[in-house]
Design a protein around this ligand. Structure first.
Ligand code: URA
Ligand code: SF4
Length: 205
């Protein structure tokens, strides 16, 4: 594969850009090096038309094993937040900025590694195609990687979270990543902030 940064998923996009064709094509993506060490592509899931699109960073260990987004510990926080914010699961399409799990071995564990800017850019065609297909009213941007992909490197989640910002002809609301809630020294405070941001998103749709 060519050097990181020169890669793109664009070569792997199907002719038809409906979700099922996209999902099938993404399963064979080699648009960056991440496909090599991951088990499978973890594509977005949810209704074909959804009011909300939630965008995380990349699949984690559990997501890579099971093949579905947000089914591990971060997913449990996310589900709790959605329920408490009054956002129905059937109104939500969930995906990630990067579709393969990036990890490094530490003993027997596979430790999550942040995707590089080049990998985020390489994977962006999938996310853009999902946005075009699902046409959500509100995009909930979960953490810095998703923000970088969708809102650019100048966007700062810590400063600009919880306020609707334009994203093309729709709105985005950024918040911290649910994994950051789990890692926070004061988990209750972090969760409260996360929930408040989800409530803004709920009010925006
Ligand atoms: N973290 C993410 O960003 N996405 C997932 O799907 C799981 C954990
Ligand atoms: Fe393709 Fe994205 Fe996987 Fe890279 S991370 S191989 S661009 S699906």
């Amino acid at each position: 594969m060519v050097k990181d940064g020169n890669n793109s998923a664009a070569h792997f996009l199907p002719d038809r850009l409906d979700l099922e064709s996209l999902r099938a094509a993404a399963a064979c993506c080699e648009g960056c090096d991440l496909y090599r060490n991951a088990t499978r592509t973890v594509f977005g899931e949810g209704p074909g038309r959804a009011a909300y699109m939630l965008v995380g960073e990349q699949p984690g260990d559990q997501e890579d094993r099971q093949g579905h987004p947000f089914v591990g510990p971060a997913g449990r926080i996310l589900d709790k937040g959605l329920a408490e914010a009054g956002i129905e699961r059937e109104d939500v399409y969930v995906t990630n900025a990067v579709k393969h799990f990036s990890w490094v071995p530490r003993g027997k564990r596979r430790v999550h590694q942040k995707p590089t800017a080049g990998q985020i850019t390489a994977c962006l065609p999938w996310l853009e195609a999902e946005l075009a297909a699902v046409e959500p009213r509100v995009v909930v941007v979960l953490g810095a990687t998703a923000a970088r992909a969708l809102l650019g490197p100048a966007f700062k989640v810590t400063r600009q979270r919880g306020e609707p910002v334009p994203l093309g002809d729709r709105l985005a609301v950024a918040t911290i990543h649910p994994s950051a809630v789990l890692r926070a020294p004061d988990r209750d405070a972090a969760y409260a902030g996360f929930l408040a941001d989800l409530k803004v998103a709920a009010g925006t749709a």
